[in-house]
Design a protein around this ligand. Structure first.
Ligand SMILES: C[S@@+](CC[C@H](N)C(=O)[O-])C[C@H]1O[C@@H](n2cnc3c(N)ncnc32)[C@H](O)[C@@H]1O
Length: 214
């Protein structure tokens, strides 16, 4: 493991805006890791947390929680939030599945999923963050009418997701098979991670769908 990664992992337990599932449970759940109670938005598989921090900075009236299993990436997002003084953002260093146990009945207004791993092998389909088992999790924790925003550069994953949404009778609010580059706009849809910037620079098409679950 690179030394930088080890150092970041060693520092995680001392970061005031990073929580393990156990720490979060001790505080009373997802909604209780912030300096004030506000409506909650999740970003699942947030990676380096860049977009979680940018969304939180642009929307101070809601709390944002980034979730990722890679500690060194979570460290980057959490450090950026501390440096920028963004207080309405925190990170859960864990798998997405833990979110269901920690939601404790607090309604979640929105879920963002940007550029998740496509897991192309059919044998790994249930690890895709838009597979039916994850949609069932989102259905349980979202507030009535709460929306999921999903962005990907993978045409295969996008096609798979639309099929699952059809099977699950999800309500599609917005769909864009070739999302325009509106970087620089404060709108959450325009906020881009370094992955998205890289894929756009390579000329890849970005797909987007926004849906809710009944
Ligand atoms: C390709 S990266 C994209 C990161 C970020 N959303 C972005 O756009 O830059 C996918 C991320 O999802 C995380 N991930 C995948 N499955 C996960 C799971 N079940 N629980 C938590 N994190 C997960 C990975 O660790 C990785 O950081």
């Amino acid at each position: 493991m690179p030394r930088k990664t080890t150092k970041r992992l060693d520092q995680l337990p001392d970061m005031p805006n990073v929580f393990t599932p156990r720490e979060m449970a001790a505080r009373g759940g997802l909604a209780h890791c912030f300096d004030a109670q506000r409506p909650l938005v999740l970003e699942l598989g947030c990676g380096r947390g860049e977009t979680t921090v940018d969304m939180a900075a642009a929307d101070p009236d809601r709390n944002y929680l980034g979730v990722d299993i890679k500690g060194a990436r979570v460290h980057r997002g959490a450090s950026a939030a501390l440096e920028r003084g963004v207080r309405n953002v925190a990170f859960l260093y864990s798998v997405v599945e833990q979110v269901a146990l920690l939601a404790c009945g607090e309604p979640i207004e929105e879920i963002w999923i940007r550029f998740p791993d496509p897991f192309p092998k059919p044998s790994k389909a249930n690890r895709r963050l838009t597979s039916p088992r994850y949609l069932e999790l989102y259905r349980r924790i979202l507030a009535p009418g709460g929306r999921v925003h999903f962005k990907t550069d993978s045409e295969t994953l996008f096609g798979y997701t639309l099929e699952v949404l059809d099977q699950e009778k999800a309500r599609i609010h917005s769909i864009d098979e070739n999302l325009a580059d509106v970087a620089g706009s404060p709108a959450p849809l325009a906020i881009q991670s370094s992955y998205e910037c890289k894929w756009r620079a390579e000329g890849r098409t970005i797909h987007y769908v926004c849906f809710s679950l009944k």
